[in-house]
Design a protein around this ligand. Structure first.
Ligand SMILES: *Cc1c(COP(=O)(O)O)cnc(C)c1O
Length: 368
């Protein structure tokens, strides 16, 4: 049996298009995951992930599983049964954090905000009155289900004044919009590879501050998950001292290395700027066709555009399947409360070019 995937133009919520150099990297020969050559390559990956996060955190590495496993890594390591935490929810992914935190046995205080909006400083202040010393406060930096970009700096000050840890989901923001882990004092952060990094899905770069490491070292109970227990995993990313923990997905890490190299060659600031500029062009084109943005301009993510469809389109799913079947273009539908109501147009990493926007706009004009 043969499988030849179609050649698509990926403009949904991820995965995004991969650069040919990234795809070719996966065809390199397999070597052992404890081979000194592989260990050296992993050290390079770690240092490029630190640069991507703009952090000096020593505990920075890549979880061998997708973004959701990065989320789970942060929560299972920092929360113990009976701990209190505050989780801000303004879309699907805040809800997923609550689900995991409750499975850790934590008492979760939810801060809920309507979809499409961002959590306000005053809301966190109020939550800290009800729960003055939570173990952690968690937010989603770029909420992929709604296209909202969460400001973090002021909330970070509040959280640290309360003596708590700040945990952030940066799956869709990493390498697409400004994100500064050390400057913003983020204590636990995770991302994914298939969004603005444009590597294959299935890996999750994470980073922990010294404060978070201290909390980890002072746990009273063992981490519920063996695979994600940082006390064990961290030795696997300890350079020459590496000891067997699990077998790293060798070929995927080749691809990640190549994708990170492309980011370093371009430069983070140029990359952030590219996402802004292509976003402006996409916005102009979509609005001219009658699409309207859900998130107000100040909190709008450039790389994930959540839009309401023009009045004339009665069946959004039909138009999306025409885009896919006739034009090989993938855009995302709505999730949860937004299912059937919106589109999510991703311009992430390699999919963030004027040509991508032209292809989508041209196809839509033809269909409509
Ligand atoms: C995609 C995404 C995730 C989950 O990543 P997976 O790789 O699908 O597990 C988590 N949070 C946000 C904000 C995302 O966009």
């Amino acid at each position: 049996m043969k499988f030849n995937p179609p050649t698509r133009i990926l403009m949904g919520p991820g995965p995004s298009d991969a650069h040919p150099r990234v795809l070719n990297a996966m065809a390199r020969p397999l070597i052992g995951h404890l081979d000194p050559a592989f260990v050296n390559m992993m050290d390079d990956v770690k240092s490029m992930v630190q640069k991507g996060f703009i952090t000096k955190n020593n505990l920075t590495f890549v979880v061998s599983a997708p973004g959701s496993a990065g989320m789970e890594t942060c929560l299972v390591n920092l929360l113990e049964p009976g701990d209190e935490c505050i989780i801000c929810i303004n879309g699907v992914f805040g809800g997923r954090m609550v689900n995991i935190a409750e499975r850790c046995g934590a008492k979760v205080h939810k801060v809920e905000t309507p979809w499409g909006e961002v959590t306000k400083v005053a809301q966190v202040k109020k939550a800290l009155k009800a729960c003055p010393k939570p173990k952690l406060v968690a937010l989603v930096h770029a909420e992929t289900s709604t296209g909202a970009l969460q400001p973090l700096e002021k909330i970070s000050d509040l959280v640290h004044n309360a003596g708590s840890l700040l945990m952030v989901d940066a799956v869709t923001s990493f390498c697409g919009v400004p994100l500064m882990v050390d400057k913003w004092n983020i204590d636990a952060i995770y991302t994914g590879t298939q969004k603005c990094l444009s590597a294959p899905p299935g890996l999750s770069p994470v980073s922990f501050s010294k404060r978070a490491v201290k909390v980890l070292e002072n746990r009273k109970t063992p981490v519920q998950s063996w695979f994600l227990d940082l006390n064990l995993v961290k030795n696997y990313w300890a350079g020459a001292k590496r000891a067997y923990h699990h077998t790293a997905p060798v070929s995927s890490i080749y691809a990640l290395h190549e994708a990170l190299s492309l980011v370093m060659e371009e430069g983070l600031e140029k990359r952030w700027k590219r996402h802004q500029e292509v976003h402006k062009y996409l916005k102009k084109n979509l609005e001219a066709m009658g699409f309207s943005f859900i998130v107000k301009p100040a909190n709008r993510l450039p790389n994930l555009n959540a839009v309401q469809l023009p009045k004339g389109i009665k069946n959004e799913a039909k138009v999306r399947s025409q885009l896919l079947n006739d034009f090989n273009i993938e855009v995302g539908g709505g999730l949860g409360a937004f299912a059937g109501k919106i589109w999510r147009v991703g311009i992430m990493g390699e999919s963030c070019t004027y040509n991508h926007v032209n292809a989508l706009t041209g196809a839509l004009k033809q269909i409509l």
